[in-house]
Design a protein around this ligand. Structure first.
Ligand SMILES: Nc1nc2c(ncn2[C@@H]2O[C@H](COP(=O)(O)OP(=O)(O)O)[C@@H](O)[C@H]2O)c(=O)[nH]1
Ligand SMILES: [Mg+2]
Length: 509
């Protein structure tokens, strides 16, 4: 039997926005108390686990107390804290991957403190805006409010990559004069959970490729090998971050992942240690006495040992590629389970594989040669013998100048190789992100087309075919069709939007 997987959901919003009702609707169970009279939650999080009776899914539901203007900062910090708590785990299924922000469609407005909260959170993870109580307003009002929200949150409706998305939900069935209103929007919520999970996984690629490349080949350094002072100065976590001011590391999310993983044993020498060779000043080796030189010699001997282990990279990269594909399949299977939408679209990741191979090729060819060349250069030109330094004899001074020059050249070479490697990794991560997100969209597209929606979409395409617009008579026809196939206004609106944007894209290409 497959391992049980978690779906971790955090819901935030003002008091009465419909947070608790949303969670109850999601799992189809009255877990959280709702309504005006419901007790005010004292702590930030009201956590409940719900194990799905038939599927291998456990919902970790985090209801929160109502967010308010004067508690926004506090709120941001405690939600971030919760996210970090989960990010500590390796498995992406343990992370919080989506945050649902509830806004009552009836309120028709978003307050500045809410904008602040949403924008700050969406730097870290996927934020999905849930327009609750969508049943209580007209479709027109709903769409207008949606447009306003996109404007206020400076996101674009047509930009599929935007981190902010809006869904419309009715969490409670209500008896009105017109009859009993239906609940709707659950599929959309699940769909966005999938996107959130998928995006979290995709973001992690940046980090996994770095640790794979830098840390998989290593040599052990016995304490007696080298003076302890070198160990103290050897590149450590802080140096690593200092030297890599790339886009990858600005993301807070990666930073706390680093602190966990990069607390490697200080007696391990990895590729990263060599490529980020500290300067002589950083090592406090300006005097370059015999002791210093002996240490430098040991460092380069270690580099030689490391080069000899480069053949392990073949296996490392094969495993990495396999893990990447396995993990994406695992997530897709989970999604199929969750929604009952089975898809058999294979994940190609063709360009990612090529980019990955480029990294591998660079390591075993140019990087290996480069390291070897520099190590030999040092070995041939640096003598580890005592030199006299006196008023009459400047042999030692000349030697010091010579070694300093050599060392600086080597350091520059290493840092050039490091930059090249980083740029190859960035390239890979970006390509892989693109391929994954394209694939994610493809899957969702496939699922949209499972039902009568597909037929409705065909009709829309038909209407768009001659003049790219839907005229009055076509509109009347579509309305009849909508009724016949029992499509909700919202569903129909989504399908239409989708069809129109596809039509526009087709025109462009
Ligand atoms: N008609 C309708 N009422 C809703 C919906 N969601 C919540 N409510 C009602 O709004 C009130 C507040 O909901 P609740 O979930 O307690 O809000 P919370 O304070 O954000 O947790 C309750 O009376 C709910 O029945 C919805 O989608 N449609
Ligand atoms: Mg509540």
């Amino acid at each position: 039997m497959e391992k049980n997987k978690n779906l971790n959901i955090v819901v935030v919003g003002k008091s009465g926005a419909g947070k608790s009702s949303l969670l109850n609707y999601l799992v189809d169970k009255e877990i959280f108390e709702t309504g005006i009279g419901s007790p005010v939650t004292k702590t930030y999080f009201d956590h409940h686990q719900f194990k799905h009776p038939t599927k291998n899914v456990t919902y970790n539901l985090f209801d929160t107390k109502g967010i308010e203007p004067d508690t926004t900062d506090e709120f941001i910090n405690s939600v971030k804290g919760k996210i970090e708590e989960f990010a500590y785990f390796d498995d992406v299924f343990e992370h919080v991957h989506t945050l649902y922000y509830c806004i009552s469609a009836v309120s028709k407005r978003l307050e500045p403190f809410e904008v602040k909260f949403i924008e700050e959170m969406s730097d870290i993870l996927d934020v999905v805006i849930v327009l609750t109580k969508a049943d209580l307003v007209t479709v027109e009002d709903l769409n207008n409010f949606e447009d306003t929200l996109f404007k206020e949150l400076s996101a674009s409706e047509n930009d599929v990559d935007t981190a902010i998305r809006i869904i419309k939900v009715c969490s409670v069935a209500q008896t009105t004069r017109k009859g009993i209103s239906q609940q709707f929007g659950r599929d959309e919520i699940l769909k966005h959970s999938f996107i959130g999970l998928w995006n979290t996984f995709s973001k992690e690629v940046h980090y996994t490729i770095l640790s794979t490349t830098f840390f998989s080949a290593k040599v052990e350094l016995e304490i007696n090998d080298i003076d302890n002072s070198f160990l103290l100065h050897a590149p450590n976590i802080s140096n690593f971050d200092r030297h890599n001011r790339t886009k990858l590391f600005q993301d807070r999310w990666y930073n706390y992942k680093h602190f966990k993983i990069f607390e490697f044993d200080k007696s391990d020498f990895t590729l990263l240690h060599f490529l980020l060779l500290p300067s002589l000043e950083e090592l406090a080796f300006e005097k370059l006495d015999l002791g210093n030189k002996i240490i430098l010699k040991v460092i380069f001997e270690k580099a030689e040992e490391l080069i000899n282990r480069f053949d392990t990279y073949e296996n490392t990269f094969l495993c990495y590629e396999r893990d990447l594909i396995n993990k994406s399949e695992e997530i897709l299977n989970f999604y199929s389970q969750l929604t009952g939408n089975i898809n058999n679209v294979p994940i190609p990741l063709i360009r990612s594989k090529k980019a990955l191979n480029q990294i591998y090729k660079y390591i075993i060819n140019d990087l290996k040669d480069g390291l070897e060349l520099n190590v030999n250069f040092f070995k041939e030109n640096v003598n580890v013998i005592p030199l006299k330094d006196s008023f009459f004899n400047d042999e030692a001074t000349r030697d010091r100048e010579n070694v300093t020059k050599l060392f600086n050249i080597i350091q520059t070479h290493f840092s050039e190789m490091n930059n090249e490697l980083i740029s190859l990794m960035t390239n890979f991560a970006e390509i892989c992100n693109t391929e994954l997100s394209q694939y994610g969209r493809l899957i969702l597209g496939v699922n949209l087309n499972n039902d009568d929606g597909l037929k409705y979409k065909k009709e829309i395409n038909f209407a768009l075919a001659n003049d790219d617009r839907i005229d009055k008579s076509e509109r009347r026809y579509l309305n009849r069709f909508k009724l016949q196939y029992n499509l909700s206004e919202i569903q129909a609106h989504e399908i239409e939007k989708n069809a129109i944007s596809e039509n526009e894209n087709l025109k462009k290409n």
